[in-house]
Design a protein around this ligand. Structure first.
Ligand SMILES: Nc1ncnc2c1ncn2[C@@H]1O[C@H](COP(=O)(O)OP(=O)(O)O)[C@@H](O)[C@H]1O
Ligand SMILES: [Mg+2]
Length: 512
């Protein structure tokens, strides 16, 4: 006998034995298996007697509360509650369900406010539970993924021109508290009104007043008609907060699988990491850096890997994600921020210093980047974006020197004057998204230098007039949006804009 046949024989035998074992095992799985709670504390239950329970299996308590198995040890089972404790005590009976956690995914989710299990929080009709989907799902494999080649317009000038986002991209928004992170995300959702993009806003660990504010803003700007809000509040048990982004992503994936473009906002993953840390510490898993468990990177990467653009053979849908992270004292090199910076395809950094100075949105262009969206950006932006970035960074550098009050030469003065106007034009109020054509026309006017002699206070007036012109001149918006870099239309646009600017009036050169 050759070695090969011996090996084959061995493998055959093993396979048979395994099959027999599996049959024996499946025959003996009892879904009526009942366990008992050993201890209950802060949303975590240790249980005994659930001998054949599987990881992530759902369990029921007598009072209807459900939980999910998260840890299996030889002598006991760790369960996270997916409801408030409602008086569960040690000794309570726990029943297996034989199922993993699934949530309803349905068209009827659009426009609704639900919890991570798909239960309505808006006191409207229940979600039709036709189709369901597992909460924890594998990310789409590489073969089905297509290139990111269409823009996801945020309507925010500084982002769409300098940090462009593409459909299927993961763009992190990070910054200290109260720097406008949620504001950027809400504006982006509001801007999807006519873009055929469904939106999900997943609130994790926030106070209910903050969530109510976002919902009110979305309603006021008619964005709820294409948006689903998934809420796991600060007072919800950590298990619910932990599964929230996965559940919201499953809802989004359902839409993506129908060929739709979807945008999902996770607000925020700092709270998500804290919920997971709490669960892990209660389960007595060994803490690592900053007391986070060792698998926190995997927890976030497996979530964000699910964002993608599908190839046209697979319906061509996309899932764009905007995870939000709250930094402390501008420390972007803390554990969770660095993890997320490395997982995502770029970040928008919001600076508290800019916020204080009233440069809003407080995007720090130097610390922000988009690694894939450039290819998806409308070609017309190239006419303005390159020069804008250059003149803005030159200006920022010079400005810090100019503060020392040294005498400046003419060239430096010009750069400062121009830079101030660039900064002014990149400012934008909340809830005032601009279309691509409007943005490009406005930025083009500043780029060409024609606004350099306007008083700073008139830049906003100029912007309003240009936007009005783009909106009112027939076919203008379409021509701009479709223009290539060397299109003759730029010349026409320049003449048009010069007329508008000259009507506003010119300031003395030493005005500020
Ligand atoms: N572009 C903006 N213009 C004016 N105010 C803004 C802008 N962006 C945010 N704000 C205001 O700043 C405050 C903090 O914004 P928010 O998005 O809630 O911050 P964060 O989510 O970072 O804590 C809010 O009151 C919001 O209205
Ligand atoms: Mg916020």
């Amino acid at each position: 006998m050759s070695n090969k046949t011996v090996l084959d024989q061995l493998l055959d035998d093993t396979e048979k034995e395994l099959e027999a074992g599996v049959e024996k095992y499946s025959a003996s799985i009892g879904q009526d298996e009942v366990g008992r709670a050993l201890s209950v504390s802060q949303g975590i239950v240790w249980a005994e007697g659930l001998k054949r329970i599987r990881s992530e299996e759902l369990v029921h308590f007598d009072n209807g509360v459900i939980g999910m198995v998260i840890d299996i040890l030889p002598e006991k089972t760790g369960i996270v509650l997916l409801d408030q404790e409602k008086g569960i005590k040690a000794g309570a009976e726990i029943r297996r369900t034989g199922r993993i956690l699934e949530i309803p995914v349905d068209e009827s989710l659009v426009g609704r406010i639900v919890d991570p299990l798909g239960r309505p929080l808006d006191e409207k009709r229940p979600i039709v539970d036709g189709a369901t989907m597992a909460v924890q799902r594998e990310a789409p494999p590489i073969m089905v993924r297509g290139p990111v080649d269409r823009p996801l317009q945020t309507g925010i000038k500084v982002i769409d021109s300098l940090i462009p986002i593409g459909r299927g991209q993961r763009e992190l928004i990070l910054g200290d508290r109260q720097t406008g992170k949620t504001g950027v995300a809400v504006d982006t959702i509001i801007n999807q009104a006519d873009k055929d993009v469904l939106c999900l806003y997943c609130a994790i660990g926030q106070r209910s007043s903050s969530v109510a504010k976002v919902i009110a803003e979305l309603e006021q700007h008619n964005a709820m008609s294409y948006t689903t809000v998934v809420v796991a509040g600060a007072s919800d048990p950590p298990g619910i907060q932990f599964i929230a982004p996965y559940a919201a992503t499953s809802m989004a994936e359902h839409f993506m699988s129908q060929g739709r473009d979807v945008l999902i906002v996770y607000d925020d993953l700092t709270r998500h990491a804290l919920a997971y840390r709490q669960i892990s510490l209660l389960l007595r898993r060994p803490p690592g850096r900053e007391a986070f468990p060792g698998d926190i990177f995997y927890v976030h990467s497996r979530l964000l890997e699910r964002s993608t653009r599908l190839r046209s053979e697979y319906g061509g849908g996309s899932l764009t994600s905007m995870p939000i992270i709250e930094t402390e004292a501008q420390n972007i090199s803390a554990y969770i921020p660095t993890n997320l910076i490395s997982i995502t395809d770029g970040q928008i950094y919001l600076s508290p210093d800019l916020f204080r100075k009233g440069v809003l949105p407080a995007v720090d262009v130097g610390k922000s980047v988009s690694r894939v969206g450039g290819k998806a950006q409308l070609p017309a932006y190239r006419k303005v974006a390159g020069d804008l970035r250059l003149s803005y960074s030159q200006f920022q550098e010079l400005e810090s020197f100019a503060r020392f009050g040294t005498r400046l030469d003419e060239r430096t003065k010009k750069i400062l004057q121009h830079g101030q106007r660039v900064r002014e034009i990149l400012k934008q109020k909340q809830f005032a998204p601009l279309s691509a054509a409007e943005q490009i026309a406005v930025l083009f006017a500043v780029n060409t230098g024609m606004a350099d002699l306007l008083p700073l206070g008139s830049i906003a007036v100029m912007e309003a007039k240009i936007v009005e012109a783009v909106r009112n001149i027939e076919g203008f918006a379409h021509t701009i949006a479709a223009a290539g870099k060397d299109d003759p239309v730029w010349h026409k646009l320049e003449q048009e804009l010069e007329k508008i600017v000259s009507e506003i009036g010119v300031a003395g050169p030493e005005e500020e």
